[in-house]
Design a protein around this ligand. Structure first.
Ligand code: 13P
Length: 246
């Protein structure tokens, strides 16, 4: 009953030319009949071009300002993203948390700003390598997910969660399907404490070194509803085959 979703996160990669070529190649190889929904999160400056390419892919941004408008040099508001035709936005990707110091409270504000503008936030959580090795995965995930659930203004029916163990991002390491499934089930359980029916409908994506050869087993897990794909989303062939696995 949950439609699988595969979202590419291009991070800070590409050019105008590559945006058009990559989107074109992906679009040529996905069909409306595919079981899974497909999106890509491209750098801000290429969003308008990506939307104007009029492909079957939903276009998303990689972050958003928590503020509505005004004197916030360099920021991009949720209204602006919606204005250029964006549908999704990543919130709280670990690279934003670790490299740019984004913390739970502003991430909540970003989530609300995105929803108010009609965007669907993809809210990312995940433990670091140190936390993983210390056996703190569930503790960290609980704290991150609960900080989102604590605000009743968050509309869980218009949100996607993504579990990305930080130690698996760009490293070639992945959580085993069983390990990932356990965390996904745990996340769903945390959401069920707010609403059982919304928890059952909520899509939870796995991210962290997902490739064509490990995607099928990960996506076969009961609580894994698709993937958030970094490196492999920059290669049309690899990305399409991951979409086919979903
Ligand atoms: P990789 O697929 O390159 O590990 O990146 C995952 C990611 O960060 C997606 O948001």
């Amino acid at each position: 009953m949950r439609q699988p979703l595969v979202v590419g996160n291009w991070k800070m990669n590409g050019s105008l030319k590559q945006t058009s070529e990559l989107l074109g190649s992906i679009d040529d190889n996905i069909s409306d009949k595919m079981a899974c929904e497909v999106g890509v999160c491209v750098p801000f400056v290429y969003l308008a071009a990506a939307v104007q390419a009029k492909t079957k892919l939903a276009i998303g941004a990689q972050t958003v300002s928590e503020y509505e408008a005004g004197a916030y040099t360099g920021e991009v508001s949720a209204m602006m993203l919606a204005d250029v035709g964006c549908q999704w936005v990543l919130v709280g990707h670990s690279e934003r948390r670790v490299l740019f110091g984004e913390q739970d409270q502003p991430l909540l504000a970003k989530t609300l700003a995105a929803q108010q503008a009609g965007l669907v936030p993809i809210y990312c959580v995940g433990e670091s390598e140190v936390q993983y090795k210390a056996g703190d995965t569930f503790k960290v995930i609980k704290q991150q997910v609960n900080s989102l659930l604590a605000d009743s203004a968050v509309d869980l029916s218009r949100l996607v969660l993504a579990y990305e163990p930080v130690w698996a991002i760009g490293t070639g390491l992945t959580a085993t399907p069983d390990e990932a499934q356990k965390v996904h089930a745990f996340i769903r359980q945390l959401v069920a404490a707010s609403s059982v029916s919304l928890a059952a409908k909520l899509r939870i994506l796995y991210g962290g070194s997902v490739k064509a050869d490990n995607a099928a087993l990960l996506f076969a897990q009961k609580d894994i509803d698709g993937g958030l794909i970094g490196g492999a989303s920059l290669d049309a062939e690899a990305f399409i085959s991951i979409c086919q696995r979903a």
